[in-house]
Ligand binder design. Structure first.
Ligand SMILES: *[C@@H]1O[C@H](CO)[C@@H](O)[C@H](O)[C@H]1NC(C)=O
Ligand SMILES: *[C@@H]1O[C@H](CO)[C@@H](O)[C@H](O)[C@H]1NC(C)=O
Ligand SMILES: *[C@@H]1O[C@H](CO)[C@@H](O)[C@H](O)[C@H]1NC(C)=O
Ligand SMILES: *[C@@H]1O[C@H](CO)[C@@H](O)[C@H](O)[C@H]1NC(C)=O
Ligand SMILES: *[C@@H]1O[C@H](CO)[C@@H](O)[C@H](O)[C@H]1NC(C)=O
Ligand SMILES: *[C@@H]1O[C@H](CO)[C@@H](O)[C@H](O)[C@H]1NC(C)=O
Ligand SMILES: *[C@@H]1O[C@H](CO)[C@@H](O)[C@H](O)[C@H]1NC(C)=O
Ligand SMILES: *[C@@H]1O[C@H](CO)[C@@H](O)[C@H](O)[C@H]1NC(C)=O
Ligand SMILES: *[C@@H]1O[C@H](CO)[C@@H](O)[C@H](O)[C@H]1NC(C)=O
Ligand SMILES: *[C@@H]1O[C@H](CO)[C@@H](O)[C@H](O)[C@H]1NC(C)=O
Length: 468
């Protein structure tokens, strides 16, 4: 995975004090903030941004309505690459680093005291923090994102939270997911009494999980490869050809070209600014972004029919909590997990599905409602609001700071869906979507039900944290 020389190189860098701003990064002070227009094009790997389309609907419930229950399903925050992604990035970085001549053109920054943003491999898979950032002025850490999110949550739901200061929070057992929940909880402050429950991601958890993707042995990532294979890689060829043309014999492949986009996204998470982000043309970014929409759509979204059953696991639990809201003492249900699990859930809810399959032969632009990065950027947050207006209850979704009305039920106050109609709608969406059966869960677990929301106070959910 890592070459010997690279491992030594990294070992040397580990000693660097994380808080000292390296000389070559002083320019970041002026450059940070200039690349935010790229975030929506980075396939959800780059820093958090609000959903670009909010339809002008305020996220506060309409005047005269009162919140009766809040649910949240959130993604962990900004992070370093995974180990497998980093192995790919190092391959491309090695090629560039070992280029025998001076680098020319858009890669010339590498010769100007540049240091690769992965300076310590123990940070791989982990949340970016103030402490492990490449410099101390990085505003896009997962740590800061979670703390800011908690403050926004307090600001928005403050009145409701006055009477709801004691509740359980749930996190999948990946360390970065747990850490995000922990930063969020700390940021809420000591007026709250919160018990953090860590729900195991191990496939043996079966249906009692926040990350059903891991309990689904029947899920096949290659299922729709024939469709994805039809997407043109010309944009990668053009990018590689351009950079190789500027630097004869550099020999970047299309795989290298693809890796540059990840380098860009993760360097933003770890440092706040990335020179490599500036090598792409707008067209290349748009093709890269749409390719990732296609992958998400056909591997974890509406283009793969089994996903509806996977997403039904959390959706069924969510519906049950909504229906029980008047009986349950706990009114605030906050959960943290991974991007694909949130995407599976949104797919079952049917929030970003206009019934038109994404086309691998062209970018549909005005006809496209499914944008991976808009739904599940780092730090993604999907709220379910239940509120009461006069004697009636209403439900709606707030995705990344934007109210997203249900296509088939939005005639309630604030473009919400009246509760009874909502349950009918939801019933249709989950009818015979049997996760246990469709996913062949029985080959990895005998646990057929999601129970942690209801039995956390008698079962101890304290799964060992995983570095993955
Ligand atoms: C905090 O909540 C737990 C239940 O989760 C309860 O047992 C405990 O008494 C509470 N502590 C305070 C200080 O209210
Ligand atoms: C389900 O699991 C069984 C037992 O492991 C296996 O024989 C079967 O092929 C699996 N089916 C699918 C669709 O994955
Ligand atoms: C993929 O391309 C082949 C050959 O052009 C075509 O026959 C097929 O219909 C395409 N598949 C999809 C899903 O677009
Ligand atoms: C540097 O790039 C320019 C065009 O941008 C090209 O004319 C020149 O040959 C390149 N030099 C090397 C050493 O590749
Ligand atoms: C690039 O490929 C050419 C032709 O295969 C080869 O001669 C050259 O050594 C390669 N350059 C590098 C830096 O590996
Ligand atoms: C909305 O209703 C139409 C017509 O009944 C149906 O075809 C479509 O699947 C529904 N959309 C969702 C997201 O449930
Ligand atoms: C969700 O509930 C529906 C209707 O009660 C049921 O048919 C389906 O099997 C349930 N799915 C899961 C994953 O629990
Ligand atoms: C499920 O339970 C049966 C009967 O107790 C047992 O034989 C089997 O090994 C269990 N399967 C798993 C995946 O734990
Ligand atoms: C656990 O929570 C349930 C539901 O909120 C409640 O009815 C029950 O009394 C609690 N049990 C304990 C031991 O606190
Ligand atoms: C979780 O709690 C149980 C009961 O308190 C304990 O036996 C177990 O060792 C704990 N597991 C972890 C991973 O901390």
């Amino acid at each position: 995975m890592l070459s010997f020389s690279k491992a030594l190189f990294l070992a040397g860098l580990c000693a660097v004090d994380a808080i000292a701003i390296p000389k070559n990064l002083k320019g970041d002070l002026y450059d940070i903030g200039t690349q935010e227009h790229l975030f929506p094009l980075l396939a959800g790997s780059g820093p958090y941004f609000s959903h670009p389309e909010d339809y002008g609907i305020p996220i506060d419930p309409p005047a005269g309505c009162e919140i009766s229950q809040i649910q949240l399903l959130a993604r962990h925050g900004e992070r370093y690459p995974t180990k497998s992604k980093a192995a790919k990035l190092f391959k491309t970085w090695d090629k560039i680093l070992n280029y025998p001549r001076n680098l020319n053109g858009s890669l010339s920054f590498v010769d100007e005291d540049y240091e690769f943003f992965i300076q310590d491999i123990s940070n791989l898979e982990q949340e970016t923090t103030l402490e492990n950032s490449v410099n101390a002025i990085n505003p896009y850490t997962g740590e800061m994102d979670a703390k800011k999110h908690a403050q926004e949550f307090l600001a928005q739901y403050g009145d409701f939270l006055e009477d709801n200061r004691e509740f359980a929070v749930f996190a999948a057992s990946s360390k970065r997911v747990h850490d995000t929940a922990q930063y969020f909880i700390h940021s809420l402050g000591d007026k709250f009494n919160i018990s953090l429950n860590v729900v195991s991601e191990d496939p043996s958890s079966g249906a009692n999980t926040l990350s059903p993707g891991y309990s689904c042995p029947a899920w096949n990532p290659d299922e729709n490869d024939d469709i994805l294979g039809n997407f043109s890689t010309d944009y990668l060829k053009e990018l590689a050809t351009r950079l190789n043309g500027e630097n004869h014999g550099l020999n970047l492949t299309t795989k290298d070209a693809y890796n540059l986009f990840d380098w860009c996204a993760y360097e933003l998470n770890a440092r706040g600014y990335s020179e490599i982000c500036n090598v792409f043309t707008p067209e290349e970014l748009i093709h890269y972004s749409y390719y990732n929409d296609l992958v998400a759509y056909y591997q974890d979204g509406p283009g793969y029919p089994m996903i509806q059953a996977v997403g039904a696991l959390y959706f069924n639990a969510s519906i049950k909590l909504l229906q029980q809201s008047e009986q349950l003492d706990q009114k605030v249900w906050l959960s943290f997990t991974h991007d694909t699990d949130i995407l599976n859930y949104l797919t079952t809810v049917g929030l970003f599905d206009n019934g038109k399959d994404l086309d691998p032969s062209r970018i549909p632009f005005t006809d496209q409602v499914f944008h991976k990065s808009w739904m599940i950027p780092q730090g993604a947050r999907v709220y379910t609001q239940k509120y009461q207006c006069s004697n009636d209850f209403f439900i709606r979704y707030v995705v990344n700071d934007a109210v997203i009305p249900l296509q088939n039920c939005s005639d309630g106050p604030g473009f919400s869906c009246e509760a009874k109609k909502f349950y009918e709608y939801a019933d249709q969406r989950v009818a015979s979507q049997d996760f246990f059966e469709v996913c062949n869960v029985s080959s990895v677990s005998n646990t057929t039900q999601l129970t942690f929301f209801w039995d956390w106070n008698t079962t101890h959910y304290n799964a060992t944290l995983l570095d993955e």
